[in-house]
Design a binder for this molecule. Structure first.
Ligand SMILES: [Cu+2]
Length: 133
């Protein structure tokens, strides 16, 4: 009886810790964005843009309303990609002047990166789109 209760408690704690761990990492990304320049990084309406310049996405954290189409433009001579961590979208290689657009219809946090210069989890050349309902 007591052992069963302990096991259930351990399982519950493990699940909670896992959930918290995931939430914490995405919260940190958003918190960083909010303290930098929330007004400039907010976008209302149906379109928003992200500049790719000097091996970085600008703004690196963008908050949009659901239904907004985000267009990335590569202004670097180097080729870049816009690749979602969760595989939702992938631009393929963008040459200088190339654009890639994606419409975010669902609320959530969408981390992305450049395949040649970054990786999942915000490593290197990466950004985050936060979609609010
Ligand atoms: Cu790149």
């Amino acid at each position: 009886m007591k052992t069963g209760k302990v096991i259930i408690t351990i399982i519950t704690l493990t699940m909670l810790l896992t959930a918290c761990g995931m939430k914490t990492s995405s919260d940190q990304v958003q918190t960083g964005a909010a303290t930098e320049a929330p007004a400039a990084q907010s976008a209302q309406g149906n379109a928003a843009v992200v500049d790719i310049k000097n091996f970085a996405f600008n703004p690196v954290n963008l908050q949009i309303a659901a239904g907004t189409t985000v267009t990335w433009t590569n202004n670097d001579s180097a080729g870049h990609t816009v690749t979602a961590d969760n595989g939702t979208f992938d631009s393929g290689t963008l040459r200088k002047g190339d654009t890639f657009s994606f419409t975010f219809n669902e609320a959530g946090t969408f981390a992305y990166y450049c395949r040649p210069h970054g990786s999942k989890g915000g490593q290197g050349m990466a950004g985050v789109i936060t979609v609010v309902p």
